[in-house]
Design a protein around this ligand. Sequence first.
Ligand SMILES: C[S@@+](CC[C@H](N)C(=O)[O-])C[C@H]1O[C@@H](n2cnc3c(N)ncnc32)[C@H](O)[C@@H]1O
Length: 267
Amino acid sequence: MSQTIETNTADYVFHNVPEQLTPLQAFLDPFTRNELLELGVPAGARCLDLGAGGGSVTRMLSGLAGPRGTVTAIDQDVHMIPGGPNITVHTQDLGSGEPLPVSGPFDIIHARLLTHHLDNRVELVHRLAGELKPGGWLLLGEFVRSKPRVVAAPSEEDAEIFRTVLDGLYDVMTATHTHGDWGHHVETTMMDAGLVNTRTRWHFESFHGGSHGCRLLQNNVAQKRDDIVAHGLPAADVDRFVNVLMTDPRMVVRSHEFISVRGQREA
Ligand SMILES: C[S@@+](CC[C@H](N)C(=O)[O-])C[C@H]1O[C@@H](n2cnc3c(N)ncnc32)[C@H](O)[C@@H]1O
């Protein structure tokens, strides 16, 4: 596990480290790419990627928009976002309610796993809807809190440790700004903001011990280890989750629940 890099400038629950963002991208990038290809990112498009994190979707948008297009990436921590000839990167706390450092209109505005962390999420969706070109798309991805599920485990005791520790992580996250249910309200919020052709898609998959998915869960829990223990879970269980269960190929568990929602500004 790497050292935590103290780059967090907003009140965000995690720190951006490769051990978290690389497996997260491996889990979600194929799904997001498919969503973007379905929307169609025109050559020359103006794109905005909010909460860009490790920058994999920034890079995707940069490739799709091509040399005549532009991608603006914004995050409170930009140290992992790649540069590029058509990429501009800004540091901003998007929970502050301050105006964005760049104005629209945009063809595509994307934010994956950002708005469920922000208290101003509803207001931001309305603001972003107003930054779209006629016919432009807003694409938001969120994790929603769901019941931890084990597909297979070496023992029922290990299955129970997995369920209680993951629930402990969700308790710790939702005790701060993170909204566990927000993803279920995104589509109606987009409709309230005047967007049309809205659609929600759900995505779950199984994660095997040692795979990218379990490395994501391992890092999520490792980052919040002390808070989960302070919340009342035995340290030995939290440490077993991180050091043993998430690397054991006999563990097969259900992923975080991902929700992808799109809405279009009327042409
Ligand atoms: C779970 S990561 C997702 C990163 C990337 N969008 C992805 O899906 O691969 C959440 C991102 O949101 C950013 N973030 C969280 N709170 C923020 C805030 N208040 N202002 C700006 N960015 C924020 C974090 O720095 C982090 O990069």
